[in-house]
Design a protein around this ligand. Sequence first.
Ligand code: OOG
Ligand code: MG
Length: 258
Amino acid sequence: VTDVAKWADYLLDAESRGDAVAPITDVESGLTLEQAYDVQRMVLDRKTAAGEQVVGAKLGLTSRAKQEAMGVYEPVYGVLTDAMVLPIEEPVRLGELIHPRVEPEIVFILDADLSGPGVTVHDVVDASSAICCGLEIIDSRYADFRFTLGDVVADNTSAARFVLGPAPIEPTFDLRLLGCLLEVDGRLEATAAGAAVLGHPAEAVARLANWLARRGEKLRRGWKVLSGGLTDAVPLAPGRHITATFGRLGALGIRAVE
Ligand code: OOG
Ligand code: MG
């Protein structure tokens, strides 16, 4: 039987030491998706017991670019806490993390609860007072970012930090056509449109609300929901500067320091 508490401590320990560990499924076979979400939940419970507050949720592996890069072909979700908030203009401190990577995302700001089942794209847009651009800094606790579906779910889908764009706007236009340019040190690295995320980024949020219903949970008013990287992620290195420019949502940059 899977010892949920043991694996939660294993991952928390890797995070606090800043040292990557082997994927759980290298050590123990038979981790089910349900158990993986139980491990994720226990990691969160330990963090909230220590004073962290939940501020939102995230989806991962919602674009083909991300799925192919990581070799995991199913969308997943994780939880965001206040300890992961990176204020705008604040550099990413590499010493606090293991091997961070950055990815551009479309972020929904909810002004109503969303509880499944049956949540649609339309419901998500309706419940979102605003959307903004975001950069997620992911940092797998597993060596070389190598993991299976169950591993990445247990590890809160590599969540580490996120920064939100400065100018949220109402989602009153076609989000499928929202363009995204990703630049690294001023050089164009990747391009995408909103439709890269499951055909429509609000589809990701709708799926999340519907999955949460199975565990008796819901998306809450005030939460920020990251709909998933539109492009593959870019590794951070000292001095590196990464900028995402998103059509009507404007631009957002971050820089890494030791
Ligand atoms: C898993 C997290 C993926 C996204 O937006 O696709 C993710 C990983 O790639 O380490 O956050
Ligand atoms: Mg992400």
